[in-house]
Ligand binder design. Structure first.
Ligand SMILES: [Zn+2]
Length: 333
């Protein structure tokens, strides 16, 4: 399946942190024809294995998204919500949202709310219920919701909610489709609960005990007006090879290997340092006695807003680079 189609398919599935069942099923179905083994673990990680006689290589993309969770239902029928993952209130105003059971609503700030200091406490979700009783028939405290915004293409750019991190899940599925023989013992992990603290990757890395690991995620850019330079990369300039983020300093050997492979295969790459935020690499590299860990990222604008933007050419470069890494004869440590 093409990348855009894959992202579209993954995005129709509900999957905020801790509630990844639906997206896990979709990914499992897409992976099964190309894998030797597909399993889910206790925390809800999906582990797709392609057997090889070489060292264990773990490629990890989180499949959970940020989301909202109902905390209170008011007597007028409005909902108050908390966040799953890092979402700033000002980023989500007047956004349509969708609950797992299909109920739809919109996030609205109170009229007296001050935009500059806006907190989520001063916002509510309006599902159109006439009172508390009707609202309770539609949703319950603890139900989760996700952005219900459109996905579209503009040239090579894809605009969509949850490119973080469905675009990387799509990338890993494409890598799996493209692999012929695999000299390494390859584990593609679609991790759970990254957005709330890298929780799934931590247990998956412990159980797999990999020799090498790469986190595959989106990364911040430095290419928009008034950029605060939280990232170093630009859309359309290729796959981002992670040097560092707030959770990890990548092993120099992996940065070097990825840049060498990119040179050999003529894959465009750029160096990635993300000053705010981490990735699953943070949890993986400190597992057990330590794991040789790096990261390959898709540059992404407006991360965690209802309309993220990425370049399909960059995602395709990530597929090429990761497929090259998966098929490289790595030495056992
Ligand atoms: Zn992410």
């Amino acid at each position: 399946m093409e990348l855009f189609e894959l992202i579209q398919t993954l995005n129709t599935a509900h999957g905020p942190s801790g509630d990844e069942g639906a997206v896990r099923e979709v990914i499992a179905a897409l992976a099964r024809p190309h894998a030797d083994e597909v399993t889910a673990d206790t925390l809800g990680n999906l582990i797709v294995r392609k057997r090889g006689s070489g060292p264990k290589v773990m490629l990890c993309a989180h499949m959970d998204s940020t989301g909202l969770i109902v905390t209170h239902i008011e007597k007028e029928g409005f909902l108050r919500v908390g966040t799953l993952g890092g979402i700033a209130a000002r980023e989500l105003l007047y956004t349509p949202v969708r609950f797992k059971n299909g109920v739809r609503g919109v996030i609205v700030p109170e009229e007296k709310a001050e935009f500059g200091k806006l907190k989520l406490d001063a916002c509510y979700v309006d599902i159109g219920a006439k009172d508390e009783e009707q609202a309770r028939r539609m949703v319950q405290v603890g139900d989760t919701a996700v952005y219900d915004t459109a996905i579209f293409l503009s040239g090579d750019k894809v605009v969509s909610p949850y490119l973080d991190n469905r675009i990387s899940c799509a990338v890993l599925l494409r890598v799996l489709e493209e692999l012929d023989a695999c000299p390494n013992d390859l584990y593609l992990v679609f991790s759970a609960q990254e957005e709330v603290g890298l929780r799934g990757a931590r247990t998956a890395a412990w159980s797999i005990d990999p020799d090498y690991a790469l986190a595959v995620d989106v990364t911040d850019v430095d290419d928009t007006p008034g950029s605060e330079k939280l990232g170093t990369v630009r859309l359309g300039q290729g796959a981002a090879v992670k040097v560092m983020d707030r959770s990890v300093i990548c092993h120099p050997q992996l940065v070097e290997t990825l840049e060498r492979l990119a040179g050999e295969r003529e894959v465009p790459v750029q160096r990635d340092i993300m000053r705010g935020g981490g990735t699953d690499a943070g949890a993986i590299h400190t597992t057990r006695m330590g794991v040789l860990t790096g990261g390959v990222s898709v540059p992404c604008r407006y991360i965690h807003t209802p309309t993220e933007m990425a370049d399909l050419g960059d995602a395709a470069a990530c597929v090429k680079l990761l497929a090259a890494f998966a098929q490289e004869e790595l030495t056992r440590l």
